[in-house]
Design a protein around this ligand. Structure first.
Ligand code: GDP
Ligand code: ZN
Length: 393
């Protein structure tokens, strides 16, 4: 409910007039009673309004405090809270959309489903522990193992497969362009970045330091480093450039080696590269080594192929359901832990005296999954065991 209201200073004079919006709990972002004031004044009036609010007992929010309260009040899970930050930090539309999916809770729902299925499987193990004197057919455990495989191990593995791409979508990637002087490194960088950034010249050795440009490939934020040409030089500055080029290549997530079709002496690469591009194909029609992507950057030929190859090297894969994508190191670590616990529990599943270990491992796995959403109550599982099962049977 929006109400037009006048706001007064300590002396009773009107400071500003604006909209007051009241959100009764739990229908606010934080889940608490919230009043939102929309003032119309400029910075000076706004400042005076804030001072008045502080006088009346308000305090400024800590970083992330609204979202933290939302989590504490059960309005969103931890993964959603992380998505709020990811939405703000997203450097590309693709990253933003992914964060939005996570914010809407899709990722959390996948984790919850895994937890529910795990709860049911743990419950089956717990139930057989409760009746040690009874003979449980081996088939029963075969079926449990099969379900575990289908419902947890396979989906978790698929999620983990998406992690390199998911994390890169937010953390970004670095790509180093290497190759002899004058092969067209700066030209490619300009073609990829879509603007004249690097200095293109036909004097070898023009790019003496490492020049970086930010852009995106298939929605992955990429920092591209155009390095000085790799060649032996007497020029000290150029030598330093070459040294930095080697360093940049060693630390990059992907390295792209460029050669000049008209100069076979540039085809040899001392540094191991991920992608090989043969530029200036317009100048020569000789046979080139198979691993090279044929290109002529000056005519825009081969640039798309290089982009696609880069995306693939950076982990871009077709993901059936993008809402399952793992975008955080924290989530990946928890999923890895869950997977290793689930698998450890599988080893002891068929030995009666070690069945307790299976139950323990699987409860750990449940906690690891719960940690992703900020849930960590193992007792919860035990409650479920007895609510789901008819012990009398
Ligand atoms: P770098 O030293 O490796 O960065 O090379 P540059 O990008 O500065 O390019 C060196 C020279 O090659 C420039 O004169 C470019 O215009 C030229 N060049 C770049 N790509 C091509 C191409 O595909 N064909 C031809 N013929 N010339 C090119
Ligand atoms: Zn250059």
């Amino acid at each position: 409910m929006a109400t037009l209201t006048s706001w007064l200073d300590a002396g009773g004079d009107i400071l500003d007039q604006g909209l007051s919006l009241y959100f009764p709990a739990p229908y606010s972002y934080t889940g608490e009673h919230t009043v939102e004031l929309q003032g119309h004044g400029g910075p000076v009036i706004l400042r005076a309004l804030l001072d008045r609010l502080y006088q009346l007992g308000c305090k400024p929010a800590e970083p992330g405090e609204f979202t933290r309260r939302a989590v504490e009040n059960g309005k969103m899970d931890l993964a959603q809270a992380e998505a709020v930050a990811a939405c703000i930090d997203a450097a590309t539309i693709r990253a933003g959309k992914q964060a939005q999916r996570q914010l809407q809770g899709a990722f959390g729902q996948h984790i919850e489903l895994l937890m529910q299925q795990l709860t049911s499987l743990v419950a089956h193990v717990e139930a057989s522990l409760d009746f040690p004197e009874e003979e449980i057919p081996a088939l029963y455990f075969d079926q449990l193992a099969e379900k575990m495989q289908q419902q947890l191990i396979m989906p978790i593995r698929a999620m983990l497969d998406s992690a390199p791409l998911g994390e890169r979508l937010f953390d970004g990637a670095t790509v180093a362009i290497i190759g002899a002087p004058n092969v067209g490194k700066s030209s490619l960088l300009n073609a990829l970045a879509g603007r004249e950034r690097a200095i293109v010249s036909d004097i070898p050795g023009t790019t003496r330091d490492v020049l970086e440009v930010d852009f995106e490939i298939h929605g992955i934020p990429v920092r591209l480093a155009d390095t000085a040409g790799l060649r032996i030089s007497d020029d000290l500055i150029e030598q330093e450039g070459v040294r930095r080029a080697e360093l940049t290549a060693a630390h990059a997530d992907a390295t792209l080696f460029i050669a000049d079709a008209s100069r076979p002496e540039t085809w040899d690469c001392a540094i191991d590269a991920d992608i090989f591009m043969m530029n200036k194909m317009d100048l020569a029609h000789s046979n080139i080594p198979e691993r090279f992507i044929a290109a002529s950057v000056a005519d825009g030929v081969g640039v798309e192929e290089v982009k696609d190859a880069l995306a693939t090297t950076l982990g871009d894969i077709e993901i059936a359901d993008e809402s399952m994508m793992v975008t955080r190191e924290r989530h990946r670590q928890n999923l890895l832990e869950a997977l290793s616990c689930v698998e450890a529990g599988m080893h002891t599943l068929h030995s009666e005296e070690k069945l307790e270990i299976t139950a323990m491992q699987w409860r750990h796995a449940w906690s690891a999954l719960g940690g992703i959403l900020g849930i960590g109550d193992v007792e919860h599982i035990l409650d479920r065991v007895f609510s789901e099962f008819c012990i009398g049977k």
